[in-house]
Design a protein around this ligand. Structure first.
Ligand code: PLP
Length: 436
């Protein structure tokens, strides 16, 4: 198998490339999780990706379980997506003027996502959550926002408080450079505890503009909502006139065409999107009820803009991706493969006697090295990070590219075959046996 690699770290070309990059960019990267800080060692520098596979600049191939941290649900370099991007680029890369393709993508989003009646395209998930919070505050005339520890909504100042993902991994839930004022209206509560939300809404009656959450958390490792949690939040926010925002940057178009809100049958007031919606190009979106979205300039007074928003190349990638997902929905296949992968990885850990929890929804999953189920950040924080790092490098050694933190979900695509999943499980058996 071409994936049989022998070096338990990055190869010489990646090491040289990282050395160079570190002289040029902070930490050698343009986004912190990529630097492998949580597992140590040198990140792989990628040359090429196709389907379920990545190839690094040392010429080694890896089965990819990051998928660009979520977007690549169709696999890398899907021919129809690449054709759409190429054709769009040949017509010019940006106009700063409206195009019909933007309406096409908006229509696809509105058709798919239950809560979205009007949508605005932006350039990232961060822009989407930042803008949704602004609309919620503008529409309600209230200042406070409730978020949950271990939920990550991008690097928005007011939301980078007890955030998961790279923030959790690197131990900087509150970043220097964020003023006390910027986060003083943010109320942080534990996830999966609707009584805490009820209490906060009572305590700050009439002051809470929005509750924002990941309806399935990917940013403290995969943590599903407990029974009735989403329904409870729906009732509580409706009671208080608070805007319920589902951050579906990870879950949108991944758990179902209509995201977690379709999957769980709970409709928020607003939704933020990123990752899959851009088909691997920089594109995000936020949307919701017509009365809320009509607050946005120029329909209403809430300012939000972007030179490259609705960029024709990004829109082409997103539109092609959503078209394929609608015409040929992969969700049953992903569920079947997800079950196979999750049970195989869990069995490998069990066979080796390693305490673990496998948590999965659809094509998002995490093997926690933890002896109790993970419902919130405090639970996740009790996981064995050292064991995860050893598992990560062991799997890398076997040609399996996992997210480089215990607190990041694995993603797979519809191009991952049963044979590749079996190969992954076999690798895990070898690695877990060595760790026992
Ligand atoms: N919201 C969630 C749930 C995310 O997972 C992320 C990124 O991982 C973001 C928002 C921020 O998106 P972006 O990195 O595109 O700014």
């Amino acid at each position: 198998q071409s994936a049989a690699n022998t070096v338990p770290t990055a190869g010489p070309a990646s090491q040289a490339a990282f050395h160079r990059a570190r002289q040029l960019m902070p930490g050698g990267v343009n986004s912190p999780a990529r630097a492998f800080g949580a597992v140590g060692g040198t990140p792989l520098f990628i040359k090429h990706a196709s389907g379920a596979w990545l190839e690094d600049i040392d010429g080694r191939r890896f089965l990819d379980y990051i998928g660009s941290w979520g977007p690549m649900i169709l696999g890398h370099a899907h021919p129809e997506v690449i054709a759409a991007v190429t054709a769009a680029a040949q017509r010019g890369t940006s106009y700063g003027a409206p195009t019909e393709a933007e309406s096409e993508l908006a229509e696809q989003i509105i058709d798919a996502v239950p809560s979205i009646e009007r949508v605005r395209l932006v350039n990232s998930g961060t822009e989407a959550t930042m803008s949704a919070i602004r609309v919620a505050r503008g529409a309600t005339g209230r200042d406070k926002v409730i978020k949950f520890s271990g939920n990550y909504h991008g690097h928005v100042d007011s939301l980078l408080v007890a955030a998961g993902s790279a923030a959790a991994t690197l131990g900087v839930p509150d970043s220097p450079g964020i003023t006390a004022g910027a986060s003083s209206d943010t109320i942080v509560l534990p996830y999966n505890d609707s009584a805490a939300v009820d209490a906060a809404l009572q305590q700050y009656k009439g002051q809470v503009a929005a509750v924002i959450l990941e309806p399935v958390v990917g940013n403290m490792g995969l943590v599903p909502p407990t029974e009735s949690y989403l329904q409870d939040l729906r009732k509580l926010t409706a009671r208080e006139g608070t805007v319920l925002i589902f951050d579906e940057v990870m879950t949108g178009f991944r758990l179902a065409l209509g995201g977690a809100q379709e999957y769980f049958g709970v409709t928020p007031d607003m939704t933020t999107l990123g990752k899959v919606v851009g088909g691997g190009m920089p594109l995000g979106a936020y949307g919701g009820r017509e009365d809320l979205m009509s607050q946005v300039l120029p329909a209403g007074p809430v300012f939000q803009a972007g030179t490259l928003s609705g960029n024709p190349v990004a829109v082409a990638a997103g539109s092609a991706t959503l078209k394929i997902l609608k015409q040929d929905p992969p969700y049953e296949l992903l569920e079947r493969h997800g079950e196979m992968l999750a049970s195989g990885l869990a069995a490998a850990a069990a066979k080796a006697g390693l305490p673990h929890q496998m948590q999965r929804v659809g094509s998002m999953l995490t093997l926690f090295f933890n002896d109790a189920p993970v419902h919130n950040w405090d639970d996740a924080d009790r996981s064995n990070r050292e064991r995860f790092a050893a598992y990560f490098w062991g799997m890398m050694h076997q040609g399996i590219y996992l997210p480089c933190s215990q607190f990041e979900a694995m993603f797979f695509s519809r191009t991952h075959t049963e044979a590749e999943i079996e190969q992954t499980i076999a690798a895990a058996e070898t690695v877990c046996a060595a760790l026992a």
